[in-house]
Design a protein around this ligand. Structure first.
Ligand code: GTQ
Ligand code: FE2
Length: 324
């Protein structure tokens, strides 16, 4: 809305009087603005943060007594970063969540432009997801993709509650604004095939077999990048194995990273934050934050990062690895 300005520009007598006249016109003087717009190195608005699976699981079990998938399209707990008034994003471009589905429940089909993936934590046989009609089993350790605009619904036909981690690029879609979402017209999509393998499913066993074939780095760690980027170009997905008592250093990078502990336990230092982590835990390594991970038992880490976005736009920078 353009209201008629009260200050006449032509009769403004000095600089101090110019500023309110400018403000009325939604103009601001670059030499007089409240906040700088350029700074020497990334400021790291988002905080390092760690979430425990044990707590999320307990909370979801409680919620499960009170809320069903009839009411909640998804029974999920979002791991929000406590920065400003943010109550959603985990990192600048990514969000992670825990999700639980009870025996006999179905999470109804929908599709959206944000890309999503799941990392299965605890599930019995009978847990599966359907992506564009294709039925994919969800076994512990599996990573399953639901790319941009694919129909997806989740089913638990087994006797136990099932738990997994969701990771999505929703905050990136919020930033760029190409958000579209629709519920499936029939609520549950038909299953058209049940293949043995799918480019949307990466099993932990296959990842571990590939890792075992690789030569370890000087730190003893091995990193396997999943072949997912043709389906989900906004995220790089990888598994890293860290042997017992080994230390993994993640160099500072302009990429934002979320890590999920597929197995193992240990300690980590992310920026100023240090904590102990265990299987199923999540932690966020925001842009330009150093991270050191010490494994107290043989560990497998899953990582999602927005590195492809930064690379595509020419903004990817990484510090040379530090050995502290
Ligand atoms: O399972 O489809 O945690 O659409 C957030 C948004 C899960 C899902 C989330 C979603 C889903
Ligand atoms: Fe979804």
């Amino acid at each position: 809305m353009n209201e008629k300005p009260r200050h006449d520009l032509a009769t403004t007598g000095n600089l101090e009087a110019l500023y309110p006249a400018l403000a009325e016109r939604c103009l601001t003087a670059g030499w007089h603005k409240a906040r700088p717009s350029l700074w020497p190195t990334p400021r790291g608005a988002f905080h390092p943060r760690h979430w425990r699976y044990s707590e999320a699981r307990l909370a979801m079990d409680l919620a499960g007594e009170w809320i069903g998938t009839e009411l909640a399209e998804r029974r999920n707990l979002l791991t929000f970063n406590p920065v400003g008034d943010n109550d959603y994003a985990t990192a600048r471009t990514l969000v992670s969540a825990y999700q639980m589905i009870k025996p006999g429940e179905h999470a109804r089909a929908h599709r959206h432009t944000p890309n999503a993936l799941r990392v299965v934590l605890d599930a019995g046989p009978g847990l599966y997801t359907v992506v564009d009609g294709v039925r994919l089993p969800m076994c512990p350790g599996d990573v399953l993709l639901t790319p941009n605009w694919t129909w997806h619904s989740h089913y638990n036909d087994g006797p136990d509650c099932a738990y997994w981690i969701d990771m999505l690029d929703v905050p990136l879609v919020h930033l760029l604004e190409p958000m579209f979402f629709e519920p499936h017209p029939d609520e549950y999509q038909a299953t058209t095939s049940t293949p043995d393998e799918s480019p949307y499913r990466f099993t932990q066993a296959a990842a571990e077999a590939s890792l075992a074939q690789m030569a370890p780095g000087a730190d003893g760690c091995r990193k396997l990048v999943l072949d997912s980027q043709t389906h989900m170009p906004t995220m790089a997905l990888s598994f890293t194995s860290v042997p017992e008592h080994a230390t993994l250093h993640l160099p500072r990078s302009t990429a934002n990273r979320i890590l999920a502990v597929s197995g193992g336990r240990g300690r980590a230092q992310v920026g100023d934050l240090s904590f102990e982590w265990a299987r199923g835990d999540l932690f966020v390594v925001p842009s330009w934050t150093a991270c050191r991970i010490e494994a107290e038992a043989a560990t497998l880490l899953f990582q999602a990062s927005d590195e492809p976005v930064l690379r595509a736009l020419g903004f990817h920078r990484e510090e040379s690895p530090v050995r502290a």
